[in-house]
Design a protein around this ligand. Structure first.
Ligand code: DGL
Length: 264
């Protein structure tokens, strides 16, 4: 039986998670909620993020979602426990794929750099994850809030983007790292520019595949590679997106993310 799966992000970063979901679960129906009125979350207070997250997830449940993926590391960091404790459907969160980097790393001398929003970088959840993996000495964190604004403006490859990335990543000796973890779904749009800047010894890891795998196992879904026309309704902060120009923008973003998917 087809499920209705809600996917929620502060904006259009979570389309990278939707894209991954569509590649494996195209027989299901999706509701995508972008909280465009309140993006970016990464520099808001925890109380605000908690309220926005409840509004979004409740909206998805009221509109028939049988499960919700919080396709936002920032909202997960702040709100996942409360959402799960208070709402009645399975809720899958998303956290920086530090564990994946840890499992893949074969060289103890090399480190992982996690890039995320300020709220995620400063939050207890990521710190706990790193401590539990015993990876404190091997992990550096860097907040890149401007990337969220660039992504929302569909400014993916400009000189401003490139010089921002060069300047921020230039603060680290990248020859000492083997992984760059994308700890914010919006950062998937910039994989090509990141790849250009990073030395070849650094691989890029995102959390999209792991998140959809968890959705599949929690809901006991069957993976299907059938290439069906996606069945997705898009919402901007509770209003269904109907304007052709906005739907085209979403399609352009999904097409870009499909290209970025192969970059590692
Ligand atoms: N896409 C979000 C994340 O994964 C946050 C972007 C924001 O609103 O700051 O963290």
């Amino acid at each position: 039986m087809g499920m209705k799966i809600g996917i929620f992000d502060s904006g259009l970063g979570g389309l990278s998670v939707l894209n991954e979901a569509l590649s494996k679960l195209s027989e299901h129906e999706f509701l995508y909620y972008a909280d465009v009125k309140n993006v970016p979350y990464g520099q808001k207070s925890r109380d605000e993020i908690l309220k926005f997250s409840f509004d979004a997830v409740k909206f998805l449940i009221e509109n028939g979602a049988n499960a919700v993926v919080v396709a936002c590391n920032t909202a997960t960091s702040v709100a996942i426990k409360e959402l799960r404790a208070n709402l009645s459907v399975p809720i899958i969160g998303m956290e920086p794929a530090v564990k994946k980097a840890h499992d893949l790393s074969h060289n103890d001398a090399l480190k992982t750099l996690v890039i995320a929003t300020p709220v995620t970088v400063n939050g207890a959840k990521l710190k706990e994850l790193i401590t539990n993996l015993n990876a404190k000495d091997k992990t550096e964190l860097l907040a890149l809030p401007r990337l969220v604004n660039f992504a929302e403006k569909a400014e993916f490859e400009s000189e401003n983007v490139k010089s921002y990335l060069k300047e921020e990543l230039g603060k680290f000796d990248l020859s000492k790292f083997d992984f760059l973890v994308l700890g914010c779904t919006h950062f998937n749009y910039f994989k090509d520019s990141l790849r250009e800047i990073l030395p070849p010894n650094v691989s890029i890891i995102d959390g999209n595949e792991g998140t959809i795998k968890r959705l599949i196992s929690e809901l006991k879904l069957q993976i299907s590679s059938a290439n069906l026309t996606p069945n997705v309704n898009f919402f901007y902060s509770g209003d269904e997106v109907q304007e052709q120009s906005e739907l085209e923008r979403i399609s352009r973003n999904l097409a870009r993310l499909e290209k970025m998917r192969a970059i590692s």
